[in-house]
Design a protein around this ligand. Sequence first.
Ligand SMILES: NC(=O)c1ccc[n+]([C@@H]2O[C@H](COP(=O)([O-])OP(=O)(O)OC[C@H]3O[C@@H](n4cnc5c(N)ncnc54)[C@H](OP(=O)(O)O)[C@@H]3O)[C@@H](O)[C@H]2O)c1
Length: 234
Amino acid sequence: MLLAGKKVVVVGGSSGIGLATAELAKSEGAEVIIASRNAEKLNAAAAKLGVKAIQADVSSDDSVANLFRQCGTVDHVVITAAQLKTGPFKTVSMDDVRSTMDGKFWGAWRCARAAEIRTGGSLTLVSGFLSVRPRPNSAIVGAANGAIESLTRALALELAPVRVNCVSPGIIDTPIRAAMPEAARREMLAKTAAALPVGRVGQGEDIARQILAFMTNGFATGSIVYLDGGALVT
Ligand SMILES: NC(=O)c1ccc[n+]([C@@H]2O[C@H](COP(=O)([O-])OP(=O)(O)OC[C@H]3O[C@@H](n4cnc5c(N)ncnc54)[C@H](OP(=O)(O)O)[C@@H]3O)[C@@H](O)[C@H]2O)c1
């Protein structure tokens, strides 16, 4: 078991990529703590996996400080939390773009500052393909992802010997698109799958496996891995 005796915190662990990461870490023998805002969803996920839950909102300084106070010193921290509000650059509201940055970028920043990570441990951030493959109406998400990738490189130096890495997912089939009409969501996923060399979209576990590699490979720091089923070469 690759994580026996290790304590792993997954912020955003009640859903999607975070949930898959928590499940994989648990199956590798780690003591796992998951954190997110919605207590009902969080507790249900924690009960299903047999892990601990701590309610937290990464957009609040106090909430993040409280989360990591309760966690104590840990081995690995993974931050997948994000709720993205985007729209056409000229008309998207400043409240929406601020809240996107506040959750995704400043959320990662707050967690990275508050976490007490043991020597030999790691911090993994999650960016996303829009940093390098922008799409109309998503400028703020691309900007947040790019900022996370820069932060990763900076923290790999400043937090050493703690290792800091980032995975940038392509299209992954998770509840992040729950607000989309189901037929449109399915059509988008099918079109994306057909255009990719691997012939499918990603699953949470595909990204979780890379995060596990970052946790367990002592030579990985300052790395940004683009894991997108080949989207970058199409
Ligand atoms: N899925 C994709 O196609 C894709 C592609 C590129 C990048 N990404 C990135 O991958 C990461 C994970 O995405 P996902 O697809 O796994 O999303 P998801 O299924 O929607 O999960 C997001 C998780 O973050 C939590 N969360 C959201 N805002 C939070 C906050 N302010 N404080 C604490 N927890 C918060 C959510 O729970 P609560 O709502 O209960 O707080 C949930 O547990 C995100 O950074 C996303 O941008 C995803």
